[in-house]
Design a protein around this ligand. Structure first.
Ligand code: ZN
Length: 384
């Protein structure tokens, strides 16, 4: 009896140490520091220089600032609007204070403000979620899923993940995930989707696991791209950017969108699911229109900058559904394994789509001239 007890204790200790080991790569410091700054502002006081510095030095904010947002004031003004009593909540006024304008920034500030404003009532839920993620072994799944689409990857250690309150996620190093996206929603359709997943035998944190794995794919894939990005002033820069988005997001979406919208598909009826599937249905027509733009780009190199911009503006949702459609076509004809050979090179991805589409007349194919254009770009920007 005593021996059994010792064995049980040893097994428990082993499981606990594995869970702790695998959660070491998860950083929650931006959430804790968010609470500090929030409480200071709620009491009507401006956070001290050190409190702001501690927030922007956390891996999550530091990475977002270095890669994208540059100026801390862009976050600071949203913090003040969300929590400082009497401070303006007018989006245009906030935008003018941080000297930004345009549709993208408007929607960024609007959704970030909404996310921040929800935090006071979500604090307990957020802390519960942190405890759950620290306990569960979630990184193995992310690595296994990424490995399905990447070749020759050693996957040493676990990817680093930094959580914060945000409106989106990023496949940077560390991976940036907004913790608030995984809280139980007010939306009934989202809650039904979560219940449906649990009823089908998935754990309650499965949507988090899927998104983590999606971003982990970007993290590993982007470490070793097989092409080079042109400079911002290169005439083809927006074209290469969107072609890469199409390949990168189309493959990453195989990890989370297949489970969410198709099999088992519990999220197909949510607002986001409906939107995703509507865009997906438009893709065959869109690909036909892209074909003529590729041809124009080939025939009028002097206009390549304008045409490249036009091309990238034509693709909705940063290429997710276009890439997903193309990737599905490739998988249907050549199997999942075939994606590994093209996952790090957008030009190979487009050319493999063409090969797959030629095998089945239900898919739109690119014309000879469009493929010639892709080959010119491949010659120019591929590393191999
Ligand atoms: Zn992505």
């Amino acid at each position: 009896m005593k021996r059994i007890f010792i064995v049980i204790l040893l097994v428990m200790y082993h499981c606990l140490s594995i869970a702790q080991e695998s959660s070491k790569n998860l950083d929650f410091s931006a959430i804790y520091q968010h609470f500090v700054v929030m409480e200071q502002l709620q009491s009507g006081k401006e956070p001290t220089t050190n409190q702001w510095a501690d927030l922007f030095d956390t891996p999550a904010y530091k990475t977002l600032l270095d890669n994208e947002f540059r100026k801390p004031i862009r976050f600071q003004e949203v913090f003040r609007a969300a929590y400082l009593p009497g401070y303006t909540k007018d989006i245009n006024e906030i935008l003018s204070k941080i000297d930004l304008k345009g549709a993208w920034w408007t929607s960024w500030v609007t959704s970030l403000l909404e996310a921040y404003e929800n935090v006071p009532k979500q604090k307990t839920q957020l802390l519960d979620l942190i405890n759950a993620y620290k306990r569960l072994d979630l990184s193995e799944f992310a690595i296994k899923e990424s490995a399905r689409f990447l070749s020759d990857e050693k996957f040493e250690g676990f990817p680093k993940v930094a959580f914060l309150i945000f409106n989106d996620s990023r496949g940077y190093d560390p991976i940036i995930l907004s913790l608030n996206s995984f809280l139980k929603a007010d939306d009934a359709r989202d809650n039904n989707a979560l219940d449906c997943m649990v009823n089908k035998g998935f754990n309650e944190h499965f949507s988090f696991q899927l998104l983590y794995a999606h971003e982990a794919f970007h993290y590993y894939r982007n470490k070793k791209e097989e092409f080079r990005f042109p400079d911002d002033n290169d005439p083809y820069s927006s074209l290469i950017w969107i072609m890469n988005q199409i390949a990168n997001e189309g493959i990453a979406d195989q990890i989370d969108k297949v489970n969410q919208y198709f099999n088992p598909g519990c999220f197909a009826d949510t607002r986001e699911g409906e939107q995703y599937l509507n865009y997906l249905a438009m893709q065959p027509e869109l690909i036909k229109r892209l074909d003529s733009l590729f041809v124009e780009i080939k025939n009028y190199p002097d206009s390549s900058q304008i045409l490249s911009r036009k091309f990238s503006k034509m693709i909705p949702r940063s290429g997710h559904q276009t890439g997903f459609y193309m990737c599905n076509t490739i998988i249907e004809e050549f199997g999942v394994q075939s994606i590994r050979t093209v996952s790090r090179n957008p030009f190979s991805f487009f050319k493999l789509y063409q090969k797959a589409a030629l095998k089945n007349e239900k898919y739109p194919v690119f014309s000879k001239d469009a493929i010639a254009c892709i080959e010119i770009l491949e010659e120019k920007f591929s590393l191999e």
